[in-house]
Design a protein around this ligand. Structure first.
Ligand code: G6P
Length: 442
Protein backbone atom coordinates (compact mmCIF):
# COMPACT_ATOMS: atom_id res chain seq x y z
CA UNK A 1 0.00 0.00 0.00
CA UNK A 2 2.76 2.41 0.83
CA UNK A 3 4.10 2.31 -2.72
CA UNK A 4 0.90 3.92 -3.91
CA UNK A 5 -2.07 2.82 -5.88
CA UNK A 6 -2.48 1.31 -9.33
CA UNK A 7 -5.63 2.40 -11.15
CA UNK A 8 -6.75 0.88 -14.44
CA UNK A 9 -9.38 2.71 -16.48
CA UNK A 10 -11.05 0.69 -19.22
CA UNK A 11 -12.42 2.95 -21.92
CA UNK A 12 -9.52 5.28 -21.16
CA UNK A 13 -9.92 7.03 -24.53
CA UNK A 14 -13.27 8.46 -23.41
CA UNK A 15 -13.75 12.22 -23.59
CA UNK A 16 -14.54 12.04 -19.85
CA UNK A 17 -10.99 10.97 -18.92
CA UNK A 18 -9.74 14.53 -18.15
CA UNK A 19 -12.56 14.74 -15.60
CA UNK A 20 -11.25 11.62 -13.86
CA UNK A 21 -7.64 12.78 -14.01
CA UNK A 22 -8.64 16.11 -12.46
CA UNK A 23 -10.27 14.15 -9.62
CA UNK A 24 -7.09 12.16 -8.96
CA UNK A 25 -5.01 15.35 -8.98
CA UNK A 26 -7.33 17.13 -6.54
CA UNK A 27 -7.37 14.24 -4.07
CA UNK A 28 -3.75 13.13 -4.41
CA UNK A 29 -3.07 14.12 -0.78
CA UNK A 30 -5.51 11.42 0.41
CA UNK A 31 -5.29 9.00 -2.52
CA UNK A 32 -1.66 8.57 -3.62
CA UNK A 33 -2.08 7.14 -7.11
CA UNK A 34 1.25 5.91 -8.51
CA UNK A 35 0.13 4.40 -11.79
CA UNK A 36 -2.81 5.22 -14.02
CA UNK A 37 -3.33 2.79 -16.90
CA UNK A 38 -5.67 4.02 -19.62
CA UNK A 39 -6.88 1.07 -21.67
CA UNK A 40 -8.80 1.07 -24.92
CA UNK A 41 -9.40 -1.05 -28.00
CA UNK A 42 -8.02 -0.67 -31.51
CA UNK A 43 -11.06 1.39 -32.64
CA UNK A 44 -10.40 3.85 -29.81
CA UNK A 45 -6.64 4.10 -30.32
CA UNK A 46 -6.56 7.62 -31.74
CA UNK A 47 -8.80 8.98 -28.99
CA UNK A 48 -6.70 7.19 -26.37
CA UNK A 49 -3.54 8.82 -27.66
CA UNK A 50 -5.08 12.30 -27.73
CA UNK A 51 -6.74 12.15 -24.34
CA UNK A 52 -3.82 10.21 -22.83
CA UNK A 53 -1.38 12.94 -23.85
CA UNK A 54 -3.65 15.53 -22.23
CA UNK A 55 -3.76 13.40 -19.06
CA UNK A 56 0.05 13.34 -19.00
CA UNK A 57 0.21 17.14 -19.44
CA UNK A 58 -2.33 17.66 -16.64
CA UNK A 59 -0.30 15.51 -14.26
CA UNK A 60 2.97 17.13 -15.23
CA UNK A 61 1.45 20.56 -14.63
CA UNK A 62 0.29 19.42 -11.19
CA UNK A 63 3.84 18.20 -10.47
CA UNK A 64 2.68 14.80 -9.20
CA UNK A 65 4.58 11.48 -9.43
CA UNK A 66 1.76 9.61 -11.21
CA UNK A 67 2.87 7.49 -14.18
CA UNK A 68 0.32 7.40 -16.99
CA UNK A 69 0.40 4.33 -19.26
CA UNK A 70 -1.60 4.06 -22.48
CA UNK A 71 -2.30 0.59 -23.79
CA UNK A 72 -4.54 -1.60 -25.92
CA UNK A 73 -3.49 -4.64 -23.88
CA UNK A 74 -6.13 -4.97 -21.20
CA UNK A 75 -4.64 -8.01 -19.54
CA UNK A 76 -1.20 -6.42 -19.20
CA UNK A 77 -2.83 -3.39 -17.61
CA UNK A 78 -4.96 -5.37 -15.15
CA UNK A 79 -2.02 -7.21 -13.59
CA UNK A 80 -1.91 -6.29 -9.88
CA UNK A 81 -4.36 -3.41 -10.20
CA UNK A 82 -5.89 -2.01 -7.02
CA UNK A 83 -8.91 -0.33 -8.59
CA UNK A 84 -10.39 -0.89 -12.03
CA UNK A 85 -12.75 1.74 -13.37
CA UNK A 86 -14.89 1.06 -16.43
CA UNK A 87 -16.26 3.80 -18.69
CA UNK A 88 -16.43 2.20 -22.13
CA UNK A 89 -19.14 2.30 -24.75
CA UNK A 90 -19.45 -0.83 -26.90
CA UNK A 91 -20.01 0.30 -30.50
CA UNK A 92 -19.14 3.92 -29.65
CA UNK A 93 -21.60 6.77 -30.19
CA UNK A 94 -22.86 5.28 -33.47
CA UNK A 95 -24.43 2.47 -31.46
CA UNK A 96 -26.00 5.01 -29.11
CA UNK A 97 -27.51 6.84 -32.10
CA UNK A 98 -29.11 3.56 -33.21
CA UNK A 99 -30.40 2.92 -29.67
CA UNK A 100 -32.12 6.29 -29.84
CA UNK A 101 -33.24 6.45 -33.45
CA UNK A 102 -34.61 2.93 -34.05
CA UNK A 103 -37.20 3.00 -31.22
CA UNK A 104 -38.17 6.55 -32.20
CA UNK A 105 -38.78 5.40 -35.78
CA UNK A 106 -41.45 3.13 -34.23
CA UNK A 107 -42.88 6.00 -32.17
CA UNK A 108 -41.26 4.68 -28.96
CA UNK A 109 -38.93 6.61 -26.66
CA UNK A 110 -35.27 6.26 -27.64
CA UNK A 111 -32.87 6.84 -24.77
CA UNK A 112 -29.48 5.38 -23.91
CA UNK A 113 -30.43 3.82 -20.57
CA UNK A 114 -34.23 3.62 -20.67
CA UNK A 115 -36.63 1.58 -22.78
CA UNK A 116 -35.34 -0.38 -25.80
CA UNK A 117 -32.11 1.67 -25.94
CA UNK A 118 -31.25 0.75 -22.36
CA UNK A 119 -31.96 -2.90 -23.11
CA UNK A 120 -29.61 -2.95 -26.10
CA UNK A 121 -26.88 -1.04 -24.33
CA UNK A 122 -27.10 -3.74 -21.66
CA UNK A 123 -27.04 -6.58 -24.19
CA UNK A 124 -23.86 -5.21 -25.77
CA UNK A 125 -22.14 -4.27 -22.53
CA UNK A 126 -22.78 -7.14 -20.11
CA UNK A 127 -20.75 -9.83 -21.94
CA UNK A 128 -17.78 -7.43 -22.08
CA UNK A 129 -18.01 -6.61 -18.37
CA UNK A 130 -18.22 -10.31 -17.50
CA UNK A 131 -15.10 -10.86 -19.55
CA UNK A 132 -13.30 -8.08 -17.71
CA UNK A 133 -14.33 -9.62 -14.37
CA UNK A 134 -12.97 -12.96 -15.56
CA UNK A 135 -9.61 -11.32 -16.29
CA UNK A 136 -9.70 -9.55 -12.93
CA UNK A 137 -10.25 -12.84 -11.09
CA UNK A 138 -7.03 -14.07 -12.62
CA UNK A 139 -4.87 -10.95 -12.68
CA UNK A 140 -6.02 -8.75 -9.79
CA UNK A 141 -8.52 -10.74 -7.70
CA UNK A 142 -8.46 -8.27 -4.81
CA UNK A 143 -9.13 -5.20 -6.91
CA UNK A 144 -12.34 -3.21 -6.71
CA UNK A 145 -14.33 -2.74 -9.89
CA UNK A 146 -15.88 0.72 -10.02
CA UNK A 147 -18.28 0.63 -12.94
CA UNK A 148 -19.47 3.77 -14.67
CA UNK A 149 -20.50 2.07 -17.88
CA UNK A 150 -24.20 2.34 -18.53
CA UNK A 151 -26.72 0.96 -17.90
CA UNK A 152 -24.88 0.98 -14.58
CA UNK A 153 -27.66 -0.68 -12.57
CA UNK A 154 -28.12 -3.53 -15.02
CA UNK A 155 -24.36 -4.02 -15.31
CA UNK A 156 -23.97 -4.19 -11.51
CA UNK A 157 -26.89 -6.63 -11.34
CA UNK A 158 -25.22 -8.86 -13.96
CA UNK A 159 -21.87 -8.95 -12.13
CA UNK A 160 -23.54 -9.73 -8.80
CA UNK A 161 -25.73 -12.43 -10.32
CA UNK A 162 -23.39 -14.11 -12.79
CA UNK A 163 -19.95 -13.90 -11.16
CA UNK A 164 -18.55 -14.51 -7.71
CA UNK A 165 -16.64 -11.20 -7.76
CA UNK A 166 -18.34 -9.21 -5.03
CA UNK A 167 -15.99 -6.25 -5.10
CA UNK A 168 -18.03 -4.22 -7.53
CA UNK A 169 -19.60 -0.83 -7.05
CA UNK A 170 -21.77 0.78 -9.70
CA UNK A 171 -21.49 4.51 -9.81
CA UNK A 172 -23.53 7.29 -11.31
CA UNK A 173 -23.32 11.06 -11.25
CA UNK A 174 -27.08 11.54 -10.87
CA UNK A 175 -27.17 11.44 -7.04
CA UNK A 176 -24.19 13.78 -6.68
CA UNK A 177 -25.77 15.98 -9.39
CA UNK A 178 -28.97 16.16 -7.31
CA UNK A 179 -26.99 17.00 -4.16
CA UNK A 180 -25.14 19.78 -6.02
CA UNK A 181 -28.39 21.00 -7.59
CA UNK A 182 -30.20 21.15 -4.24
CA UNK A 183 -27.24 22.97 -2.67
CA UNK A 184 -27.46 25.53 -5.48
CA UNK A 185 -31.24 25.93 -5.09
CA UNK A 186 -30.77 26.60 -1.38
CA UNK A 187 -27.66 28.68 -2.01
CA UNK A 188 -25.51 26.70 0.43
CA UNK A 189 -22.31 24.70 0.18
CA UNK A 190 -22.65 21.08 -1.04
CA UNK A 191 -21.08 19.78 2.19
CA UNK A 192 -24.13 20.96 4.20
CA UNK A 193 -26.59 18.85 2.19
CA UNK A 194 -27.39 15.20 2.82
CA UNK A 195 -29.98 13.18 0.95
CA UNK A 196 -31.27 9.71 1.81
CA UNK A 197 -31.21 8.04 -1.61
CA UNK A 198 -33.03 4.81 -2.40
CA UNK A 199 -34.11 3.08 -5.60
CA UNK A 200 -32.26 1.92 -8.69
CA UNK A 201 -29.82 3.53 -11.05
CA UNK A 202 -31.55 6.28 -13.07
CA UNK A 203 -34.62 5.41 -10.98
CA UNK A 204 -33.46 6.77 -7.65
CA UNK A 205 -35.51 8.84 -5.21
CA UNK A 206 -34.48 11.18 -2.41
CA UNK A 207 -36.55 9.98 0.52
CA UNK A 208 -35.48 12.92 2.64
CA UNK A 209 -33.13 15.86 2.29
CA UNK A 210 -31.32 17.62 5.10
CA UNK A 211 -29.55 20.95 5.47
CA UNK A 212 -27.14 20.77 8.41
CA UNK A 213 -29.02 17.69 9.62
CA UNK A 214 -32.49 19.30 9.56
CA UNK A 215 -35.05 18.09 7.00
CA UNK A 216 -35.82 20.62 4.26
CA UNK A 217 -37.72 18.14 2.10
CA UNK A 218 -40.97 20.15 1.88
CA UNK A 219 -39.14 23.26 0.78
CA UNK A 220 -37.08 21.41 -1.85
CA UNK A 221 -40.11 19.53 -3.17
CA UNK A 222 -41.97 22.80 -3.68
CA UNK A 223 -39.01 24.14 -5.65
CA UNK A 224 -39.19 21.15 -8.04
CA UNK A 225 -42.36 22.41 -9.70
CA UNK A 226 -40.31 25.15 -11.34
CA UNK A 227 -38.93 23.88 -14.71
CA UNK A 228 -35.63 25.61 -13.98
CA UNK A 229 -35.18 23.48 -10.88
CA UNK A 230 -36.38 20.05 -11.88
CA UNK A 231 -33.38 18.72 -13.77
CA UNK A 232 -29.93 18.20 -12.35
CA UNK A 233 -28.03 16.93 -15.39
CA UNK A 234 -27.15 18.64 -18.66
CA UNK A 235 -28.56 15.92 -20.91
CA UNK A 236 -32.16 16.13 -19.66
CA UNK A 237 -33.86 19.51 -19.61
CA UNK A 238 -36.18 20.21 -16.69
CA UNK A 239 -39.87 20.62 -17.37
CA UNK A 240 -41.25 21.20 -13.90
CA UNK A 241 -43.67 18.94 -12.07
CA UNK A 242 -47.30 19.75 -11.41
CA UNK A 243 -47.04 21.16 -7.87
CA UNK A 244 -49.89 19.00 -6.54
CA UNK A 245 -48.32 15.86 -8.05
CA UNK A 246 -44.85 16.37 -6.65
CA UNK A 247 -46.23 17.31 -3.23
CA UNK A 248 -48.34 14.15 -3.17
CA UNK A 249 -45.41 12.01 -4.34
CA UNK A 250 -43.50 13.54 -1.44
CA UNK A 251 -40.02 12.35 -2.48
CA UNK A 252 -37.30 13.95 -4.59
CA UNK A 253 -37.27 12.70 -8.15
CA UNK A 254 -34.27 12.18 -10.42
CA UNK A 255 -34.18 13.63 -13.97
CA UNK A 256 -34.87 10.21 -15.54
CA UNK A 257 -38.29 10.06 -13.85
CA UNK A 258 -39.47 12.44 -16.53
CA UNK A 259 -39.44 9.51 -18.97
CA UNK A 260 -42.07 7.81 -16.78
CA UNK A 261 -44.16 10.61 -15.27
CA UNK A 262 -44.04 12.82 -18.39
CA UNK A 263 -44.01 10.04 -20.97
CA UNK A 264 -45.84 11.84 -23.68
CA UNK A 265 -44.08 15.21 -23.35
CA UNK A 266 -40.66 13.50 -23.44
CA UNK A 267 -41.62 11.37 -26.42
CA UNK A 268 -42.92 14.37 -28.38
CA UNK A 269 -39.68 16.23 -27.66
CA UNK A 270 -37.58 13.29 -28.79
CA UNK A 271 -39.64 12.76 -31.93
CA UNK A 272 -38.88 16.35 -32.84
CA UNK A 273 -35.17 15.76 -32.25
CA UNK A 274 -35.43 12.61 -34.35
CA UNK A 275 -36.77 14.65 -37.28
CA UNK A 276 -34.16 17.39 -36.84
CA UNK A 277 -31.22 14.98 -36.48
CA UNK A 278 -30.61 16.27 -32.96
CA UNK A 279 -31.10 13.22 -30.75
CA UNK A 280 -28.72 13.27 -27.77
CA UNK A 281 -26.22 10.93 -29.48
CA UNK A 282 -26.10 13.25 -32.48
CA UNK A 283 -25.57 16.30 -30.26
CA UNK A 284 -22.89 14.46 -28.27
CA UNK A 285 -21.11 13.34 -31.46
CA UNK A 286 -20.61 17.01 -32.35
CA UNK A 287 -19.63 17.95 -28.80
CA UNK A 288 -17.09 15.12 -28.71
CA UNK A 289 -15.51 16.17 -31.98
CA UNK A 290 -15.09 19.68 -30.58
CA UNK A 291 -13.68 18.35 -27.31
CA UNK A 292 -11.09 16.19 -29.07
CA UNK A 293 -10.02 19.19 -31.16
CA UNK A 294 -9.40 21.06 -27.90
CA UNK A 295 -7.62 18.09 -26.34
CA UNK A 296 -5.14 18.03 -29.23
CA UNK A 297 -3.79 21.46 -28.27
CA UNK A 298 -0.33 20.79 -26.77
CA UNK A 299 -0.71 23.89 -24.61
CA UNK A 300 -3.84 22.61 -22.93
CA UNK A 301 -3.08 21.09 -19.52
CA UNK A 302 -6.39 21.38 -17.69
CA UNK A 303 -9.87 19.92 -18.09
CA UNK A 304 -11.56 22.33 -20.53
CA UNK A 305 -14.80 23.87 -19.20
CA UNK A 306 -16.65 22.70 -22.35
CA UNK A 307 -16.62 19.16 -20.88
CA UNK A 308 -19.25 20.38 -18.44
CA UNK A 309 -21.77 20.43 -21.30
CA UNK A 310 -21.84 16.63 -21.05
CA UNK A 311 -24.37 14.90 -18.80
CA UNK A 312 -21.67 13.23 -16.72
CA UNK A 313 -20.56 16.35 -14.80
CA UNK A 314 -19.18 15.62 -11.29
CA UNK A 315 -18.45 12.06 -12.33
CA UNK A 316 -14.84 12.35 -11.16
CA UNK A 317 -15.97 13.70 -7.80
CA UNK A 318 -18.20 10.68 -7.37
CA UNK A 319 -15.53 8.21 -8.53
CA UNK A 320 -12.56 9.61 -6.68
CA UNK A 321 -14.39 10.29 -3.42
CA UNK A 322 -15.62 6.68 -3.51
CA UNK A 323 -12.16 5.18 -4.16
CA UNK A 324 -10.67 7.41 -1.48
CA UNK A 325 -13.29 6.36 1.08
CA UNK A 326 -12.66 2.67 0.37
CA UNK A 327 -8.89 3.17 0.50
CA UNK A 328 -8.99 5.27 3.69
CA UNK A 329 -11.88 3.39 5.35
CA UNK A 330 -13.58 6.76 5.77
CA UNK A 331 -17.02 5.46 6.73
CA UNK A 332 -18.74 8.45 5.19
CA UNK A 333 -22.09 8.25 3.42
CA UNK A 334 -22.29 8.06 -0.38
CA UNK A 335 -25.00 6.88 -2.78
CA UNK A 336 -23.79 3.93 -4.91
CA UNK A 337 -25.07 0.80 -6.68
CA UNK A 338 -24.44 -2.25 -4.58
CA UNK A 339 -26.02 -5.45 -3.33
CA UNK A 340 -29.33 -4.70 -1.61
CA UNK A 341 -28.91 -6.96 1.42
CA UNK A 342 -32.33 -5.94 2.71
CA UNK A 343 -31.85 -2.16 2.44
CA UNK A 344 -35.05 -1.97 0.38
CA UNK A 345 -37.52 -4.62 1.52
CA UNK A 346 -39.43 -4.94 -1.77
CA UNK A 347 -36.31 -5.58 -3.90
CA UNK A 348 -34.68 -9.04 -3.94
CA UNK A 349 -32.00 -9.42 -1.31
CA UNK A 350 -29.19 -10.10 -3.76
CA UNK A 351 -30.12 -7.55 -6.43
CA UNK A 352 -28.32 -4.30 -7.15
CA UNK A 353 -29.89 -1.14 -5.75
CA UNK A 354 -28.79 2.50 -5.70
CA UNK A 355 -28.84 3.58 -2.07
CA UNK A 356 -26.98 5.73 0.41
CA UNK A 357 -24.25 3.58 1.94
CA UNK A 358 -21.56 3.84 4.56
CA UNK A 359 -18.30 3.43 2.60
CA UNK A 360 -15.75 1.25 4.38
CA UNK A 361 -12.60 -0.55 3.33
CA UNK A 362 -14.75 -3.65 2.89
CA UNK A 363 -16.93 -1.68 0.51
CA UNK A 364 -20.34 -0.03 0.74
CA UNK A 365 -22.71 -0.98 3.55
CA UNK A 366 -26.24 -0.02 2.50
CA UNK A 367 -28.28 1.96 4.98
CA UNK A 368 -31.54 0.17 5.73
CA UNK A 369 -34.49 2.21 4.47
CA UNK A 370 -37.31 -0.16 5.29
CA UNK A 371 -39.24 0.21 2.08
CA UNK A 372 -40.03 2.66 -0.67
CA UNK A 373 -43.29 4.64 -0.50
CA UNK A 374 -46.13 2.66 -2.04
CA UNK A 375 -46.64 5.11 -4.92
CA UNK A 376 -43.16 4.49 -6.35
CA UNK A 377 -42.57 0.91 -5.24
CA UNK A 378 -44.31 -0.75 -8.18
CA UNK A 379 -42.38 1.15 -10.85
CA UNK A 380 -39.06 0.39 -9.13
CA UNK A 381 -39.94 -3.31 -8.94
CA UNK A 382 -40.95 -3.35 -12.59
CA UNK A 383 -37.64 -1.77 -13.64
CA UNK A 384 -35.77 -4.25 -11.46
CA UNK A 385 -37.57 -7.13 -13.19
CA UNK A 386 -36.68 -5.58 -16.54
CA UNK A 387 -33.00 -5.33 -15.51
CA UNK A 388 -32.90 -8.94 -14.36
CA UNK A 389 -34.54 -10.36 -17.47
CA UNK A 390 -32.35 -8.15 -19.66
CA UNK A 391 -29.19 -9.34 -17.87
CA UNK A 392 -30.30 -12.95 -18.38
CA UNK A 393 -30.83 -12.28 -22.09
CA UNK A 394 -27.35 -10.73 -22.36
CA UNK A 395 -25.75 -13.77 -20.73
CA UNK A 396 -27.69 -16.44 -22.61
CA UNK A 397 -28.19 -14.75 -25.99
CA UNK A 398 -31.74 -16.09 -25.89
CA UNK A 399 -34.14 -14.33 -28.27
CA UNK A 400 -37.31 -15.02 -26.28
CA UNK A 401 -35.73 -13.71 -23.08
CA UNK A 402 -34.67 -10.53 -24.90
CA UNK A 403 -38.22 -10.12 -26.22
CA UNK A 404 -39.58 -10.60 -22.71
CA UNK A 405 -37.27 -7.90 -21.36
CA UNK A 406 -38.35 -5.58 -24.19
CA UNK A 407 -42.07 -6.05 -23.64
CA UNK A 408 -42.08 -5.80 -19.83
CA UNK A 409 -40.33 -2.44 -20.06
CA UNK A 410 -42.95 0.18 -19.15
CA UNK A 411 -41.94 2.42 -22.08
CA UNK A 412 -42.75 -0.23 -24.70
CA UNK A 413 -46.42 -0.11 -25.76
CA UNK A 414 -47.06 -3.72 -26.95
CA UNK A 415 -45.56 -7.12 -27.70
CA UNK A 416 -45.98 -6.53 -31.43
CA UNK A 417 -44.20 -3.17 -31.45
CA UNK A 418 -41.59 -4.56 -29.04
CA UNK A 419 -40.86 -7.47 -31.34
CA UNK A 420 -40.50 -5.21 -34.39
CA UNK A 421 -38.04 -2.98 -32.51
CA UNK A 422 -36.15 -6.00 -31.17
CA UNK A 423 -35.69 -7.53 -34.61
CA UNK A 424 -34.50 -4.30 -36.14
CA UNK A 425 -32.12 -3.54 -33.30
CA UNK A 426 -30.67 -7.05 -33.22
CA UNK A 427 -29.82 -6.70 -36.88
CA UNK A 428 -28.43 -3.16 -36.46
CA UNK A 429 -26.16 -4.17 -33.56
CA UNK A 430 -25.33 -7.64 -34.88
CA UNK A 431 -21.56 -7.16 -34.74
CA UNK A 432 -21.71 -6.44 -30.98
CA UNK A 433 -24.11 -9.25 -30.08
CA UNK A 434 -22.18 -12.42 -30.88
CA UNK A 435 -24.13 -14.50 -28.36
CA UNK A 436 -27.40 -13.99 -30.23
CA UNK A 437 -25.97 -14.71 -33.64
CA UNK A 438 -23.70 -17.66 -32.76
CA UNK A 439 -26.93 -19.40 -31.73
CA UNK A 440 -28.69 -18.68 -35.01
CA UNK A 441 -25.69 -19.90 -37.02
CA UNK A 442 -25.34 -23.05 -34.87
C1 G6P B 1 -26.08 11.46 -17.02
C2 G6P B 1 -26.11 10.09 -16.53
C3 G6P B 1 -25.01 9.30 -17.06
C4 G6P B 1 -24.94 9.45 -18.55
C5 G6P B 1 -24.83 10.90 -18.93
C6 G6P B 1 -25.00 11.09 -20.42
O1 G6P B 1 -26.27 12.42 -16.27
O2 G6P B 1 -26.15 10.00 -15.17
O3 G6P B 1 -25.20 7.98 -16.70
O4 G6P B 1 -23.85 8.75 -19.05
O5 G6P B 1 -25.79 11.67 -18.33
O6 G6P B 1 -24.50 12.32 -20.78
P1 G6P B 1 -24.26 12.67 -22.31
O7 G6P B 1 -23.60 13.99 -22.30
O8 G6P B 1 -23.42 11.57 -22.88
O9 G6P B 1 -25.63 12.68 -22.90
Amino acid sequence: MTQGIKIVTIGGGSSYTPELVEGFIKRYHELPVRELWLVDIEAGKEKLEIVGSLAKRMIEKAGLPIDVHLTLDRRAALKDADYVTTQFRVGLLDARAKDERIPLSHGVLGQETNGPGGLFKGLRTIPVILDIVKDMKELCPDAWLINFTNPAGMVTEAVLRYTDHKKIVGLCNVPIGIEMGVAKLLNVDHSRIRIDFAGLNHMVFGLDVYLDGVSVKDKVINLLSNPENSSFVKNIKGQGWEPEFIRALNVLTCPYHMYYYKKDEMLQKELKNFKDGTTRAEVVQKLEAELFELYKDPNLAIKPPQLEERGGAYYSDAAVRLISSIYNDKRDIQPVNTINNGAIASIPYKSAVEVSCVITKEGPKPIINGDLPVAVRGLVQQIKSFERVAAEAAVTGNYDTALLAMVINPLVPSDKVGKAILDEMLEAHKEYLPKFFQKVEA
